[in-house]
Each structure stands twice: as C-alpha cells, then as structure tokens.
Design a protein around this ligand. Structure first.
Ligand code: C2E
Ligand code: CA
Ligand code: CA
Ligand code: CA
Length: 287
C-alpha cells in the first residue's frame, strides 16, 4: 500500500483528480486522519488588483499524511463527500478559519483583512445542523458575521428546498455567500435570481489564455467574452467579483481593463500557512 501511495499521491499542485486508493479504503483512512489530526488549513491571498493589497483569504484544506506527505483536496474531497466525512472535516475547516481570522482581526485591526472565505460542499449544506454550526463557530471565535464568506458551487446550490433555506438563513445572518467557479455550471444566470449571492468568483478556466493574442482564429476578444459578461452581470446585480487562477501580470492587466478589481491566483499569492499570512499582514501594516 505504501508504494502504491507513493506513486499515486502526487503534489497537490499537479491537480490530479483520480483518487488512487479504493474508495472504501480511503474512507477509512480519512476517518483515521481526522482522529489523528492530520488535516491542516492553508490560506490563499485574495488581493486588490491595482496595488496588490491583501483584502481577504480563502481557506484550503491539506492532508498531512504520515507517509505520503502533503495531499491536496482533489485527492480526498470527493471521497469525503461520498462517505459523509466532509461534514466533520468541513466543521474542522470552519472552526480553524474562524479562529484564525478572529486572531488576525485582533492583531492587525479591522482594516487589515476584510474577510476570510472557505469552501462548503453540498453535503454540508444538506446537514440540518449546518447553520447552527456556523453560528457556534462565529460565537466561539468572536469573528463578526460580515467577515465570513462561504463559497458554494452552482451545483451545490441547486439541491432543493433545504439547501435554499440554509443559504437564505446564512444571508440573513449577514454572512456573505460567494458563487464559486462561476460560469462552469449549466444554469448560472437563472441561479442568480434565486440565490442570495454577494460575490461571484470567475472561474479560472475563463482567466486562462485571456491575455493571449497568438494570431490564431480565437481572438483575445472572444477569449474575454465570458469574463466581460460576468463583470457586467455582477455590476447590474450589485455583486462583488473575484477573478480566480491569475498566473501572470498580463492577465492582471486584461482583467483590470475589463473592470475586475479583485483577484486570486499563484501570481498574486500561493496558498500559505497562517503564519505566512501574518507575515504579509505585518509587512502591509508597515507600508
Ligand atoms: P477552489 O475552491 O476553486 O479553490 C481554488 C483552487 O485553485 C485551489 O486548489 C488553489 O490552490 C488553486 N489555485 C489558486 N490559484 C491558482 C493558480 O493561479 N493556478 C492554478 N493552477 N491553481 C490555482 P486546491 O487547494 O487544490 O483545492 C482544490 C479544490 O478543492 C477547491 O477548488 C475546492 O473546490 C476544494 N476544496 C479545498 N478545500 C476545501 C474545503 O475545506 N472544503 C471543501 N468542501 N472543498 C475544498
Ligand atoms: Ca473556492
Ligand atoms: Ca474556485
Ligand atoms: Ca475549482
């Protein structure tokens, strides 16, 4: 099993999708890992595109496996969803993120970091205790509601009454909801009418190649069409935007031209430990 693990679990940056271990086995491993405290949260900067100032972070979970090293979420989130382990795992990420954000707020003040976001899967939204758990995490950490962003995907939102009720309740509490991977689902537009979103996250697939003018049949203008449509839509509906997966200065330039003011991506900052974020905030305070 060791060898298979070694060959199968690649660095998370490689974006491998296929869990190598059998699902059952992985489910058991995840349960053990939760008990053994093997999960960690890293934070990716969300920054202003004009001056690079940090305005928020997105929490991303990692599995520090004793043998395989750091395993990325693409490798285990699907199995965690299937087995239901995403509920306790998600609770851990929620508590960790709220605690950390509250600590940053106390140390660096209300201007330093506007918000902390985390990913919530459909399975969690279905859990009748979810809203109460979010409330408890906020109360216990002392993090104000308006500092928390919950990122949900379109497919998660389209799961009926129970999910819809939970989302509206969270919205009424003053927690902001972000539509993640926007544009990749099938009903992005109709969804926005029913869903109390505050933020749209433009999916990385619409940022990839947005800057390229290779003289080929696909013009930069065509590549930019979705990004342009999304920013117009957001403007019309009064929603904030975050452009995801920005990997170059050229992409920043094009996105700014289109009207985007906030972004996320390796070019702007890779996922880092909480200490890494603290160091950034300390540097920013001096500047
Ligand atoms: P996501 O929510 O779309 O998160 C963004 C992913 O893109 C992250 O991958 C991040 O590291 C990666 N990324 C950011 N900037 C760039 C870039 O410039 N280039 C490239 N190629 N990638 C970039 P990560 O951390 O591997 O997470 C993958 C997915 O796993 C997330 O996609 C999210 O759907 C899920 N996930 C991560 N943490 C959690 C969690 O705590 N709970 C749940 N339910 N899902 C999670
Ligand atoms: Ca996300
Ligand atoms: Ca995303
Ligand atoms: Ca994604």
């Amino acid at each position: 099993a060791k060898e298979r693990g070694k060959a199968g679990f690649v660095r998370y940056a490689d974006g491998m999708r296929e869990p190598v271990l059998a699902h059952m086995q992985l489910g058991g491993e995840l349960r053990r890992a939760l008990e053994n405290d093997e999960f960690r949260v890293v934070y990716q900067p969300i920054v202003r595109l004009d001056d690079g100032r940090l305005i928020g972070v997105e929490a991303l979970v990692r599995w520090h496996h004793p043998v395989r090293g750091v395993v990325g979420p693409a490798e285990f989130i699907p199995a965690a969803e299937r087995t239901g382990l995403i509920v306790p795992l998600g609770r851990f990420v929620l508590r960790e993120t709220c605690g950390q954000a509250s600590a940053w707020l106390a140390e660096f003040g209300p201007e330093a970091l506007a918000e902390a976001g985390l990913n919530v899967s459909a399975r969690q939204l279905h859990d009748p205790d979810f809203v109460a758990e979010v409330t408890a995490a906020l109360t216990d950490s002392g993090l104000p509601c308006e500092r928390l962003v919950l990122e949900v995907t379109e497919s998660a939102v389209l799961r009926g009454q129970q999910v819809s009720r939970a989302l509206h309740e969270l919205d009424r509490m003053g927690i902001r909801l972000a539509l993640d991977d926007f544009g990749t689902g099938e009903s992005s537009l109709s969804l926005l009418r029913a869903f109390p979103a505050a933020i749209i996250k433009l999916d990385k697939s619409f940022v990839d190649g947005i800057e390229i003018d290779d003289g080929g049949p696909v013009t930069p203008d065509a590549r930019q069409a979705v990004a342009r449509a999304v920013i117009q839509l957001a403007g019309a509906l009064g929603l904030a935007t975050v452009a995801e997966g920005i990997e170059s200065a050229e992409q920043v330039a094009v996105l700014r031209e289109l009207g985007y003011t906030v972004g996320q991506g390796y070019f702007l900052g890779e996922p880092m430990t909480a200490d890494g974020v603290s160091r950034l905030l300390a540097v920013q305070r001096k500047a």
